[in-house]
Unconditional design. Sequence first.
Length: 394
Amino acid sequence: MISEKMYKLGSNRSVIRELFEFGKKRKAEIGDDNVYDFSIGNPSVPSPKIIQDTLIKILSEQEPTAIHGYTSAQGDPSVRKAIADDLNARYETQFTADNFYMTCGAAASLTISIRAVITDAADEFITFAPFFTEYRVFVESQGGKLVVVPPKEPDFQIDLKQFEESITPKTAAVIINSPNNPSGVIYSEETIKGLAAILEAKEKEYHREIYLISDEPYREINYGKVPPFVTKYYNNSIICYSYSKSLSLPGERIGYVLVPNQMKDWQKVYAAICGSGRSLGFICAPSLFQKLIAQTAGLTSDLSIYAKNRDLLYKGLTSLGFSCVYPDGAFYLFMKTKESDTAAFCEKAKKYDLLLVPADDFGCPGYVRIAYCVSTAMIERSMAAFAKLADEYK
Ligand code: PLP
């Protein structure tokens, strides 16, 4: 016997993976340059050279048993201190190594955090459309229920009234993601303040902590507007971070959970994070990459290419008559479909070898996600195909 739930999860590919696989097949048929694959959020910018140099230095100077051995379950103190120092310098916070738990990327940070705060099978986790589709998997696989607040068009900030109405005595946590995948929007300070005020009031009303789980793999990929640092606005914040996007290291699986010390009983919550990591089998995050981050915390890849791609794509698509959300950050453009059937629109796009992700699973039918972490040349080449797609609706 196997778990039907896990079987389904393992055998049904996500729409994004499905498209990505289709793209690979199509490229083999008609050539890489003729397929405009905007399906997946794999950084197109390489890590800075210092990353490679530091890795080589670690590998050549340190003892292999030390490089590849287990670290403490929560991560080596040196990497946790380096991260604390970097954040303190950038955000005027007062974190120490004790606030950090190293993980295998944001996905692990999220599953660990969700598991740490779930108290009952009926617990609810609120998120906001459009949302990263894996939240449903992460919450439901821990036995929780994902509650989705509908999108607020046209700015895709949070509808605070609907949010307030969605909180119940069963709400364990709220999951936010800013800069957002897939909308590219950064939640404003006003939004975060409004969210925090509602959460504080509801905590008092229901006599339970409601945690704010902030998923921040795109924190540094912003084009001028810096995302508000949530621990400054709400004490019961848990930050889930990863180096997958900012340092272009998605395959290396390295990130952290931050439990701030202004949280009441933060050491207890931190212990629950450790327990949750343990129960999920995350003994320690990859040791070599912990050592790398200990020396490079705070650095990023050259993110300027994403800004260039954003401008090119936004200008190109709006001048063709497509309606798009102006992205503040991340590397996704959210575009309105020209017909209400999102799947039909995406199929038409496929005729021109444009691979666009329908946003239905992100909780936002009528939109597509365009991942512009691709070469600038591909965006330039794709414009003729987008023009043909626009012509279909004239
Ligand atoms: N959260 C969001 C919003 C993402 O877009 C992703 C990956 O694309 C993740 C979490 C998972 O990140 P990681 O690869 O670090 O596990």
